[in-house]
Design a protein around this ligand. Structure first.
Ligand code: SAM
Length: 361
């Protein structure tokens, strides 16, 4: 096998959305951690493994993780229980962040970065990470990554609607061990906004049927995805009640010209955030799992070996692959071993490293 230009590890891997984005640039995954058995089933069905999938990341020793150029992690957002990593705290301690982040899954990301020192990382999270716990969560994360671990970071909230017909705002945090002329702020986004028509089953014979999602002979969507009159009536009444109370919540009825709301992991419950209109005389339907895959930018060859419930959860938890692929292409020149990195960031504020950083190196 020819040497890959760079290697990476896939933490909180889910169904491998981040991996897929970075594989488009020729990266090779050398370690995966995901503990959910259903996500592991989907992951294994889609990536020919050269390594077994590790389970709970909290139980993986950092010493057992292979060397890698890049760490990928879409870690769950959790509050930190005590005051942030003060500079005083960090000074003279190799792992000051441990006090502030112990018991959270970000701690596991930090301890692996501290031990393995990959040249870069990309972290993904909900947009709300910045405001979470009155800004404290993000402050601790920044202090840990920048002041303690000495990485040069940039972050940006990106809306997947530039790539797929779905509003999905997620924060990405990119970090480089050395000063590097890379900033997420410089990423150019396509101006066009795709419409839902691009991912809906056409139901006109132009698509090969894929059971159980669409049926022969013309690829009509399986009626099991159509809402019962009872559920549709309930959702309408619920929305009307909230409208009357001045609340904006309710279902999201879409058609081919729409851009969908964010697909959530709870879509399996009633599908109310994205309901496909079937005209005034019929009740709407949910997206099929295949349409959810497309809405997240997964190619049609992506295998869905799990139940609809699990598939909805997995796609709702995943990343929009084209967003990650765009970031991967922008980061790619700086990921390979020997990639030339400058001593000056072209950003206005090259960051100053604290002495604690030197202790870790
Ligand atoms: C937000 S999802 C990330 C999805 C992923 N980026 C993708 O493209 O599918 C977070 C994932 O972390 C996994 N997870 C949570 N805690 C974990 C732990 N302690 N060890 C390993 N995986 C964990 C969850 O099962 C879930 O699949």
């Amino acid at each position: 096998m020819p040497a890959a230009p760079f290697t990476f590890i896939d933490l909180f891997a889910g169904i491998g959305g981040m991996r897929m984005g970075f594989e488009t640039t020729g990266g090779r995954c050398v370690f995966t951690s995901e503990w959910n058995p259903f996500a592991r089933t989907t992951y294994t069905a889609n990536f020919s493994e050269t390594h077994p999938i590790a389970g709970d990341i909290r139980e993986q020793s950092e010493d057992a993780i292979p060397d890698h150029d890049l760490l990928l992690a879409g870690f769950p957002c959790q509050p930190f229980s005590i005051a942030g990593v003060s500079k005083k705290n960090a000074l003279g301690r190799p792992h000051g962040f441990a006090c502030a982040t112990q018991g959270t899954l970000f701690f596991d990301v930090a301890r692996i970065l501290a031990a393995r020192r990959p040249r870069a990382f990309l972290l993904e999270n909900v947009k709300n990470l910045v405001g979470h716990d009155h800004g404290r969560t993000f402050r601790v994360i920044r202090q840990t990554l920048e002041d303690e671990l000495g990485y040069h970071i940039s972050w940006r909230v990106l809306d997947a609607a530039h790539f797929v017909p779905q509003h999905r705002e997620r924060i990405l945090i990119a970090g480089f061990r050395e000063p590097t002329p890379f900033s997420l702020d410089d990423l150019l986004l396509p101006p066009s906004r795709p419409k839902l028509r691009a991912i809906l089953h056409p139901e006109n014979g132009n698509e090969v049927p894929e059971e159980p999602y669409t049926l022969s002979p013309r690829g009509a969507v399986n009626p099991k995805y159509t809402l019962t009159k009872h559920l549709w009536g309930y959702l309408q009444a619920y929305a009307a009640k909230h409208r009357a109370a001045g609340n904006g919540f309710g279902f999201g009825l879409v058609d081919g010209d729409s851009v969908a709301r964010t697909l959530s992991a709870r879509y399996y419950k009633d599908g109310s955030e994205i309901l496909v209109s079937r005209g005034p005389k019929q009740t709407p339907r949910r997206l099929t799992p295949r349409e959810c895959a497309r809405l997240m930018g997964f190619p049609d060859g992506f295998r869905i070996p799990v139940s609809d419930t699990q598939a909805y959860k997995q796609f709702g938890n995943s990343v929009a692959v084209p967003v990650i692929a765009a970031v991967a292409h922008a980061m790619r020149p700086w990921l390979a071993p020997g990639a030339s990195q400058t001593t000056h960031s072209h950003r206005a504020n090259p960051r100053i490293l604290l002495p604690a950083t030197a202790a870790i190196r």
